[in-house]
Design a protein around this ligand. Structure first.
Ligand code: 0PR
Length: 382
């Protein structure tokens, strides 16, 4: 055998060793990802070799993607939504802003995003030549409408609202942002990368009507990002980008003369159909009831975690809206490193600085109890 070749067993053994260096999710409270659902993994494996970059060759896989977009459109109150399965929130945000920028003729366009926006907006500002203007937050850590309005000028092409902020799990006032966007004639993109698979499944306070509005039911919302690879329980990489109608997607079209189709609207060329198949499988399998159960459990654990933190005199910056908690501790960076010594991976927020926890489905009640005990000790000793 060639010296640069290895047998299967040897490769397997090296990969197993390296895999064992990865952090298992059980003690991770910093990530918005989790173990994918087994049915998603199975579908992912089945479709691993498919390429949606040339959909004429993969007619069945392309139909799966259309169905996933239809399902997400229905979930977000727009059965006519057009879009595609991206690699995640970053790509969805890039392409949403790309479409908005192409729709406008401004030579020095700007967009207004909340101060709490994910760093993907910094990336896309650079890529797309957009000036990304950051609006202040109010005392509830939602974007301040007055601040958004004051930043809008003749070169503003779009506003962004976040439904489930990365650091605080807060929901911006999307209806008010929609009114503002419509009155100024600009686009409104909703970044629900995390919240899209949480908000519709939150236990309903008032009968069947969710108290949070964030999607296409609000007339000014022109695009929305929501990731199956976060609370959608699907495989990495999977994001969903939806536009209100087809006109937006067509602004992203490039000619593809030598493919089985004549144009493409996606950012990447070759792209795996496994993401679409996995999302399809897990959506169909869990259904609304399955997601309600998962989200309900995460919210229950979140509430219990916060109640126990309060016993140690640790308060959240806001009452948790979803399964993301920012705890006001005296020294968040010290607490983070002390918790790491005890085997817990947590993160911190930027401003205001706090200890940030995401209660994903992989967190067991037993671990939550152990974690809060450690948290109490760390803060007492700190
Ligand atoms: N929009 C929001 C609101 C987000 O929270 C995120 C990611 C994105 C967009 C970008 O999504 P992609 O990373 O899928 O492109 N928020 C987390 C973050 O970057 C994701 C994360 C996931 C962080 C796993 C850590 C981790 O271990 O902070």
């Amino acid at each position: 055998m060639n010296r640069d070749c290895m047998d299967e067993k040897a490769i397997e053994s090296i990969l197993n060793d390296l895999k064992s260096e990865d952090t298992p999710y059980e003690r991770v409270l910093s990530s918005m990802c989790t173990y994918p659902h087994p049915i998603a993994v199975k579908a992912c494996t089945q479709f691993i070799g498919t390429n949606l970059g040339d959909p004429g060759l993969f007619a069945g896989t392309a139909e799966i993607e259309r169905e996933v977009v239809r399902m997400m459109g229905a979930l977000f109150n727009n059965p006519d939504a057009h879009g595609y399965i991206t690699t995640g929130g970053t790509e969805s945000n890039i392409q949403a802003m790309h479409a908005i920028r192409n729709a406008c003729k401004n030579t020095a366009p700007n967009i207004i995003v909340p101060e709490s926006a994910h760093f993907s907006f910094d990336k896309l500002g650079d890529l797309l030549g957009l000036d990304v203007r950051k609006a202040d937050l109010d005392s509830d850590l939602k974007v301040d409408l007055g601040s958004v309005e004051s930043l809008i000028n003749k070169d503003t092409v779009g506003i962004v609202g976040i439904a489930g902020t990365t650091e605080f799990g807060q929901i911006d006032p999307i209806r008010e942002l929609s009114e503002l966007a419509m009155s100024k004639g600009v686009f409104l993109h909703v970044d629900a990368a995390f919240g899209g698979f949480v908000i519709p499944f939150l236990p309903k306070a008032h009968g069947h009507v969710s108290e949070f509005e964030f999607d296409f039911a609000i007339p000014g919302v022109t695009s929305l990002a929501s990731d199956p690879h976060k609370m959608g329980f699907s495989v990495i990489p999977s994001g969903g980008l939806l536009f209100r109608d087809h006109s937006y997607l067509s602004r992203l079209s490039v000619d593809t003369p030598y493919l089985t189709v004549t144009s493409q609207q996606t950012l990447t060329g070759t792209r795996s159909g496994a993401s679409a198949a996995a999302a399809y499988a897990v959506f169909k399998y869990l259904g609304r009831a399955g997601y309600e159960k998962i989200v309900g459990r995460c919210m229950e654990l979140t509430r219990e975690l916060v109640a126990r933190a309060r016993e140690f005199n640790i308060k959240p910056l806001i009452d948790p809206v979803m399964n993301v908690v920012a705890l006001d501790v005296p020294d968040a960076d010290l607490a983070r490193s002390e918790l790491k010594k005890r085997g817990w991976i947590v993160s911190t927020t930027r401003e205001p600085r706090a200890l940030r926890l995401v209660v994903m489905p992989h967190l067991t009640r037993e671990n939550m109890l152990m974690f809060t005990d450690d948290l109490g000790e760390v803060v007492k000793n700190g």
